[in-house]
Design a protein. Structure first.
Length: 275
């Protein structure tokens, strides 16, 4: 309980002092990491606290994949949608109360399309409630050594009145990606998909906002994030000749700038890794 109070107080202070982390520089923070070793190859204000937005969904999926690996869940088990999930806003796949989907389809919708309703459905099915799932996400963050991260929701939507934002840093997002890839390399099955149909009968075209999947050699993940105060962010990864690089860029003023810098940093990482 004391930890919750301390964390809540910290993030109130953060949200009051850093209402808008969008940068014109052209990013707020960035880091390049060699996957596997965790070696930081380059960084610029990587520890600065920022808003991960939908990159939060990486940790949501981490908890889900942990339970699958532990035999507590099956990829093909049915997940029924409830009314509260139907009402989630932002980017979505228009889930309706009473619909039933295999859990894996909701993973695709969450990690490819960044669907907030699908992320919520996973959280409710896996942990019983959004709040319980967020607690598990925070426990996982502590377990893997994230020092600037605290999650208040399971999807990364901007906070409503009286709510607090998720907070992290470029370095923590890189550490999260590295830990996720080590524990569950199968996550790339989902994050490497650029486009896919969801739902039979009245399908939605899942489309990734990670344009690097189509422009950067070896890119196969992971997750973008955006809301107004947080700017455009991405945790990207690519693998070439047995070397995997993770690049995180946070707080860009546009998706174009975000993508340009993420591509540059991936290339910089491959050069640095072989020196």
């Amino acid at each position: 309980m004391l930890r919750k109070i301390i964390c809540a107080t910290l993030w109130v202070a953060v949200s009051a002092q850093a209402i808008d982390v969008r940068s014109n520089d052209p990013y707020y923070s960035a880091v390049v990491m060699e996957a596997g070793s965790g070696r930081v190859l380059w960084e610029d204000h990587a520890g600065a606290e920022a808003y991960p937005a939908s990159m939060t969904k990486m940790m949501n999926a981490f908890v889900v994949l942990d339970d699958i690996a532990a035999g507590k869940l099956l990829l093909d088990e049915p997940v029924q949608i409830d009314r509260a999930t139907e009402q989630i806003g932002g980017r979505q796949v228009w889930l309706r109360e009473g619909e039933v989907f295999p859990l894996e389809e909701l993973l695709y919708a969450t990690l490819v399309h960044s669907a907030n309703d699908a992320a919520t459905a996973l959280a409710v099915r896996v942990s019983g409630s959004k709040a319980a799932h967020a607690e598990r996400m925070n426990a996982k963050a502590r377990e893997i050594g994230l020092t600037s991260t605290y999650f208040h929701n399971v999807h990364g939507l901007p906070p409503g009145p009286g709510q607090l934002p998720d907070v992290s840093s470029a370095l923590d997002m890189a550490r999260l990606a590295d830990a996720l890839l080590k524990a569950h390399p199968e996550v790339l099955k989902y994050t490497s998909v650029y486009m896919r149909d969801f739902r039979e009968g009245n399908p939605v075209k899942l489309t990734s906002s990670n344009k690097l999947l189509r422009s950067v050699e070896g890119c196969d993940g992971l997750k973008t994030g955006y809301f107004r105060a947080g700017g455009f962010s991405i945790t990207a990864t690519a693998k070439r000749n047995g070397v995997r690089i993770i690049a995180v860029v946070m707080g860009c003023k546009s998706s174009t700038v975000r993508n340009q810098w993420a591509e540059r940093l991936l290339e910089r990482g491959f050069v640095a890794a072989i020196r």
